[in-house]
Design a protein around this ligand. Structure first.
Ligand code: ARG
Ligand code: ASP
Length: 721
């Protein structure tokens, strides 16, 4: 009896909960904060105004934030263009300057003077000058009944016009991006600096402490930071690298708070989050975690296990595969966290409940019902239809990415196609280019590792992909080896001309026609072509058609959610690598029964994890000494050295390197990761378990000053006691 009353009540409460957008959910547009968020932010403790965050008439916080190379975020922390970002964001730059004699990854790097700061060709940072809503102009030629392609070209034409007519200085750029799945468009005026120099980085045993084992996990003890400097021409404008360039004088730089944080303190993170999909229907969420994540994890499980086995036995292989292993493992681990998080937080049934509310509200409004009836059902049905194609795409792309021999084969095929297109007269010069580009590929290639990866992944591909999608050529090749992955790989690696740079050189030493003829016989290129043909003939067209329908309906569904839910839910656009503001509170969390995580870690925890000589958990002698002597200078508190902390800011990939700011807009930390239980925040944010991980700014300063002795850098910062 009681059951019967209580259950509906609980259901109603759950429903209500699922309809609310929690205060800490959302990646908000900086120029819209005053209307949408300012009141709430102040209620949560913020002391500054929205106009201090985004302002086009005077320097504001946004002027201290840059997109770092298009893949991370960084912030300006001095009047001389000093930049702070993550160690893993600066990793490539640090690696490129490293050699066996000067191994900056291993030992760290500190420019003692400005003259020692190192240029990084290709690296750039972009500031946001202004953001304008251009939705009306962008969509003015869009008519009902247009196909997706017609619609896009009508929009593209207008976007060109918008960009051409945008008010800007000659050295600035423009970009127009779709928001809310193409329902809104915003223009960005940006300023890009291409003389960005490496200033400092801790050794990996600090900057990457805990490595893959600790990745995506709390408690964390990583000093994941590195420093760069933006240089400009003498006029302060962007200029290509030159010795005569001068440090940039920014419109704004972040003062640094020495106060630290307490539970419940207001925090915000400004940065460039890459991609989220928060408005998917339940079928899509289910498919992402149960089918697509699962397939990708299965493939990478196999590849990573093999790499790891070889890396542990062989120092040379460890060097060759360390970076590949880290990047393959990063997404692999995140997908597993995502699968787990959706399950534990009942993400799919929450979506279904949300959809039930949406339907109910829709059906009670005649106008909206007419406009949007059937959208959600059709969308869910389309996701069911696309499933086998999407799954095949993921198996295919994981196979050709992780079995590197197919990457080599694809590049050979593309090179020969290029010759055919440009004419045989170009053969010689294109061959030189091709061989040069393949040199770096083989530098980090080991055919034994790849043989085993290839065997294992071909086996999984054969099992995971239905025959009709893999295609007849693949079926034929597979049958020739009794449909056995290992036999297939044996044949490929015994006979192919692509298993080493020397063999490849001999292969393409022949005249063009002979190379083409041999390409058709080589078992690696044959298999690569069979796989590609299967995909192109049987998958890419239906996949693209279904995807285009899905995109159209996602757009309509997005708009309909906004119209139907009205004031019951606050909407923020999915991440799309544009500048966003997210805010939350410093807070621990309880992921499971009887487990509670504290919000702070200390240097004591680094020492607890210390394993002498270990590649993930070694600790430099100097840091051990500083710890032993409690020599923390002005950076410690009560005899302890804070290291990392967590808060409920809604972040994603691309937010790495983003500043964590306090209620006054002062820098308190540097964002670099999320917690294991909360990586599903990209598809379904849950405020009870989603936390972002930041390194405490005082740990950064301590490492720069006390550990590295690079006091000149701290001297140019503005520390607020
Ligand atoms: N998980 C973080 C982010 O997605 C950090 C990755 C770098 N660290 C690592 N151990 N691979 O990018
Ligand atoms: N580690 C991520 C990054 O590199 C941040 C995240 O996904 O939380 O951008």
């Amino acid at each position: 009896m009681l059951q019967r009353i209580v259950k509906p009540l609980v259901m109603a409460a759950l429903l209500l909960l699922s309809q609310l957008t929690y205060a800490t959910e959302g990646m908000w547009l900086p120029q819209l904060l005053s209307g949408l968020n300012e009141k709430e932010m102040k209620g949560m403790g913020m002391k500054i105004n929205a106009s201090d965050i985004y302002n086009i008439n005077k320097g504001s916080l946004k002027d201290a934030i840059v997109s770092f190379g298009g893949f991370c975020t960084a912030e300006v922390i001095s009047s001389q263009g000093l930049l702070l970002t993550n160690h893993h964001c600066g990793y490539d730059a640090i690696q490129k300057h490293s050699s066996l004699q000067n191994n900056f990854l291993e030992n760290g790097f500190w420019a003692k003077t400005a003259a020692e700061e190192l240029p990084n060709p290709g690296l750039f940072v972009s500031f946001i000058v202004r953001i304008d809503d251009v939705t009306k102009a962008a969509l003015q030629d869009v008519k009902p009944g247009m196909s997706e392609r017609e619609r896009q070209s009508a929009i593209d034409k207008r976007i060109n016009e918008i960009r051409q007519n945008a008010k800007k200085e000659s050295w600035q750029e423009t970009m127009v991006k779709p928001f809310f799945e193409g329902n809104q468009y915003f223009l960005f005026v940006t300023e890009t600096y291409r003389d960005v120099r490496l200033v400092g980085a801790p050794p990996s045993s600090i900057g990457k402490f805990g490595s893959d084992t600790d990745n995506w996990v709390w408690p964390r003890h990583t000093g994941d930071f590195s420093m760069f400097r933006v240089y400009a021409g003498k006029d302060g404008r962007p200029a290509p690298y030159s010795q005569d360039n001068v440090p940039l004088t920014p419109k704004h730089f972040l003062p640094i708070s020495m106060k630290g944080v307490k539970p419940n303190d207001f925090t915000m993170v400004l940065g460039f989050p890459g991609r989220t999909t928060e408005y998917l229907p339940s079928e899509a969420v289910k498919q992402t975690v149960q089918v697509l994540d699962a397939a990708k994890v299965e493939m990478r499980d196999a590849a990573l296990k093999i790499m790891d086995g070889y890396m542990r036995k062989d120092e040379q292989i460890k060097i060759q595969y360390a970076a590949k292993y880290a990047s393959t493992a990063n997404a692999w681990k995140k997908w597993q966290g995502e699968m787990l998080g959706i399950k534990q937080s009942n993400g799919i049934s929450k979506k279904q409940q949300y959809e039930a509310t949406y339907r109910q509200l829709l059906n009670s409004n005649t106008t909206l019902k007419q406009q949007y009836a059937g959208v959600l059902d059709t969308l869910n049905a389309l996701y069911r239809q696309i499933q086998p194609y999407a799954q095949t795409r993921d198996y295919y792309s994981e196979l050709v990415k992780n079995a590197e021999i197919f990457t080599a084969a694809d590049r050979l095929i593309d090179f020969l196609a290029d010759v055919r297109e440009k004419g045989e007269g170009q053969y010689e010069s294109l061959r030189q280019q091709f061989l040069e580009s393949m040199q770096s590929f083989y530098k980090n290639y080991n055919a034994r590792v790849d043989h085993d990866v290839c065997a294992s992944l071909l086996e999984l591909y054969g099992k995971g992909v239905p025959k009709q999608y893999a295609g007849a050529e693949y079926a034929q090749l597979s049958a020739e080896s009794n449909n056995d992955g290992r036999a297939l790989a044996d044949k490929i690696f015994n006979l192919s001309g692509l298993t080493s740079l020397d063999k490849l050189k001999a292969f393409v030493q022949q005249p063009y026609n002979a190379v083409v003829a041999q390409m058709w016989k080589d078992p690696a290129t044959r298999m690569a072509m069979a796989l590609r043909k299967g995909f192109v003939d049987n998958v890419s067209k239906p996949l693209a058609d279904l995807q285009s329908n899905i995109n159209r309906l996602q757009r309509t569904y997005m708009q309909s959610q906004m119209d139907v839910m009205g004031s019951k839910k606050r909407f923020y656009p999915d991440a799309n690598s544009t500048l966003r503001v997210t805010y939350g509170k410093v807070d621990g969390y309880s992921p499971r029964d009887a487990i509670h995580y504290d919000f702070y870690t200390y240097l004591d925890g680094v020492m607890e994890k210390y394993v002498p000589g270990d590649y993930e958990f070694d600790v430099p002698a100097k840091l051990r000494d500083l710890y032993k002597n409690k020599d923390y200078g002005r950076y410690g508190v009560n005899g302890r050295m804070p290291v990392c902390f967590i808060a409920s800011n809604h972040t994603t990939g691309g937010n790495s390197g983003s500043p964590a700011l306090d209620a006054n807009g002062h820098l308190i930390g540097l964002n670099f990761d999320r917690t294991w239980e909360g990586t599903m925040s990209d598809i379904n944010y849950d405020p009870s378990i989603c936390r972002n991980i930041m390194v405490d700014i005082r740990y950064v300063l301590f490492i720069v000053d006390k550990f590295a002795g690079c006091t000149r850098l701290v001297d140019e910062m503005k520390l607020v006691p």
